[in-house]
Design a protein around this ligand. Sequence first.
Ligand code: NAP
Length: 210
Amino acid sequence: MDIAILGTGRVGGKLGPRWAGKGHRIVYGAPEVDCAEVRKVLEESGPNAAAASVREAAAASQVILLAIPWNVTRGVIESLGALEGKTLLDCINPIKPDFSGLSPDAAPSTAEEIAVWAPGAKVVKAFNTVSDATMGNPRYGGQKASMFFCGDDEGAKQIVRQLTDDLDMEPVDAGPLKNACYLESLGMLYIHLAIFGGWGGECAFRLVKR
Ligand SMILES: NC(=O)c1ccc[n+]([C@@H]2O[C@H](COP(=O)([O-])OP(=O)(O)OC[C@H]3O[C@@H](n4cnc5c(N)ncnc54)[C@H](OP(=O)(O)O)[C@@H]3O)[C@@H](O)[C@H]2O)c1
């Protein structure tokens, strides 16, 4: 599938090359295309990837991953033009700068805010409860990391299931988009454990069942 990845930092730089390696066509959207960060991610992605302005990348793709900080998200979305019918993947954790909690300006959730700013887009909350290290390598011994996602459009959720399988993670459907607040709290818990609990980024949530 054609995927725009807006942001070429830790998340975009991990997910993009892995999806490109699975045969997806990636267009990285960046404010500055000719820079070291973009050149590095293009090199790691191989022939299935290109870079363009943020607006051009989004226009060229039916699936758009927002791999950008929360504080620029509204401005970026409003610069993209019409997003009707597109699948918008929100992996954002709206954390306070000191990592002490979720930002109060993201209530009830970033995903629901984004759905308001991008009318007609199919928003899915996904990939926010896994670290960039796990995005690069989701295997823990014989087990896969779980990847929780939620949204209101079944077709868009099917796309996320496929993209999660392609990463070798286990997709876990967490229900409708109104459950994004739970995933954002889970993302916050992960960050707390990683930073203040001594777990670091090489750990992941796994839902077990019997
Ligand atoms: N890191 C993780 O483990 C992790 C895990 C799950 C979710 N997340 C979430 O994923 C998102 C990205 O995190 P990250 O760790 O990848 O951050 P990062 O390494 O700081 O990368 C952020 C990227 O966003 C770009 N960017 C910033 N402002 C922009 C704008 N106005 N227009 C277009 N691009 C812009 C940056 O480009 P420049 O470098 O040119 O500024 C950079 O490529 C965040 O919302 C975070 O909460 C992160």
